[in-house]
Write a protein that binds this ligand. Structure first.
Ligand SMILES: [Zn+2]
Ligand SMILES: [Zn+2]
Length: 199
């Protein structure tokens, strides 16, 4: 009986995982390795916080450490986004994300244990590798750790608490992103050298 219940539980879990994969696919365009990893990471992260991944949870914030497919899976499934200020991007180039419950302060970081998964190339090998990622036992491909995250007030959702102007370009800056040197208030572009140049 117990064995049967377990099997039922497992197939329910697989069905939910597949539904979430479809959600991520609809947003990203395909089910690639990153979508599989991001979906599994999100299932783990939300489970560890006691949240249902099938429901939008407004107390969830995610710090994602890569701007690749994984980030799209996280956004599609959780509903967290840059625009809602609930998805934070850190340019570290790592297959990792931290899931935070803003209500309790609990946080869990999930990162992918990098391994060489196959020597073969081509679409068949890719399919095989993806299947492996989908079915591999959690501890084989993920490290899951309870962590503590200090979120600056100025990074929280809600109305901007702070507005100022850059003293050089005169553009508006919100959310405490100005750079202050002595009495001078500068925007990021003016302070650090801009990512664009005038033409
Ligand atoms: Zn992709
Ligand atoms: Zn400026």
């Amino acid at each position: 009986m117990t064995g049967k219940e377990n099997t039922q539980g497992e197939s329910d879990r697989d069905a939910i995982r597949d539904l979430l994969l479809q959600k991520a696919k609809a947003f990203h365009g395909e089910v690639c390795a990153g979508i599989i990893l991001g979906t599994r990471m999100t299932i783990i992260g939300m489970r560890e916080l006691g949240m249902d991944p099938q429901q939008r949870n407004r107390n969830l914030m995610v710090y994602v450490e890569i701007d690749r497919c994984i980030a799209d899976a996280i956004q599609a499934i959780t509903g967290c986004s840059l625009g809602h200020r609930t998805l934070k991007y850190l340019p570290y180039g790592k297959s990792a994300a931290t899931y935070i419950d803003l209500a309790s302060g609990n946080a869990v970081r999930v990162n992918v244990l990098e391994k060489k998964r196959t020597d073969k190339t081509g679409p068949e090998a890719m399919k095989e590798a993806n299947k492996l990622l989908l079915d591999a036992p959690e501890p084989d491909i993920f490290q899951v750790r309870r962590v503590q995250v200090t979120i600056p007030d100025s990074d929280m959702p809600g109305m901007p608490k702070n507005r100022t102007r850059c003293s050089r370009c005169n553009e508006m800056i919100v959310d405490d992103k100005q750079v202050r040197t002595g009495d001078t208030v500068l925007c990021g572009n003016c302070a650090h050298g801009s990512y664009y140049s005038e033409r």
